[in-house]
Design a protein around this ligand. Sequence first.
Ligand code: AGP
Length: 367
Amino acid sequence: SAYDAGEHESFMRKEILEQPTTSLAVLRGRLDDRFGTAHLGGLDMDARDLRAVRRVKILGCGSAYYVGQMGAALIEELARIPADAEAASEFRYRDPVIEPDTLYVAVSQSGETIDTLLAVQEVRRKGGRCVGLVNVVGSAIARECDGGIYLHAGPEVAVASTKALTNMFLGFALLALQLGRTRDLSIADGKRLVAGLEKLPAQIEEVLAGEADLVEVARQLAEARSLFFIGRVRGFPVAREGAQKFKEISYRHAEAYQTSELKHGPLALIDPEVPTVALVPRDELTERNIGALHEIDARQGPLVVITHADVDLGEVRARRIDVPRNEPELDPILLTIPLQLLAYHAAQHLGHDIDKPRNLAKSVTVE
Ligand code: AGP
């Protein structure tokens, strides 16, 4: 059962390996091949409501906030609505301006995170509309929201979230698609994304099948006292999430940076002792990203590059990890999976209690 790790050595690994199945559950019954859209009845918003949205503000904490940043990028790209994510723990303390034509989206696995719950209450008290992307059915945040979608990842036990985060990303893709198709997103693009989403679960499985190849890399990363995770635009929230996961269970200092910002400061820290995990998908920024890899390599910084098979890294010395290609907008999720495995195997190598990392609780329900 979900509460029994069975033959797995931990819940985290069990939950990582469940993703090909759990990711199907969030998509089931919500995709429309014919019109290239998604149907999210639980939002309780008709086409007119969806068209009236002028801005999207996503609220969540920790990893949910980072996936929220991935979601904001998807919404802005597909629906052409200005969108951003903010840490709910900050939002609720800054007397935010609540706009009637902004759609607020609370994102939470547990549905009980106090900062996110209070952010939702702040939005609603000031007359805003807040929908939820929540995993736990009937949880406080789900009840507090105006509507929303359940993530159907099943119970998640490990403190380090994996399968719920994947479903959050997919939930945002569905939302972006539905918002987009009530506005300027073409039917051709809609169909392209529906097809991309339909093939994702099998591609996640493909990445997981490469687990054995990542174990040695993870062990090497575990030996470092400090490391960087870098990415840009679509890849930056992925880097943030990768660094977060690594910190949570390996207790190593891991810092996420925009690849573009490296030369504005952190390059000073690069040396043979400080590895960098770089996200370099095949997209409009590939060549620029490779330029940054050269800068790191020239300073003997060890490099692990998560990329696509058709990306030519040229002379750069790096350990590469290839993930399958999908539609570029959906890249973040396939780039995230190897980062889960790297964090997991690093912590495993260090002998840590993976499911219950020190100082952390599964959900932070008190202030
Ligand atoms: C995830 O690995 C973390 N343990 C943590 O950042 C978590 O995502 C955050 O506390 C939010 O939890 P929630 O999704 O239950 O609201």
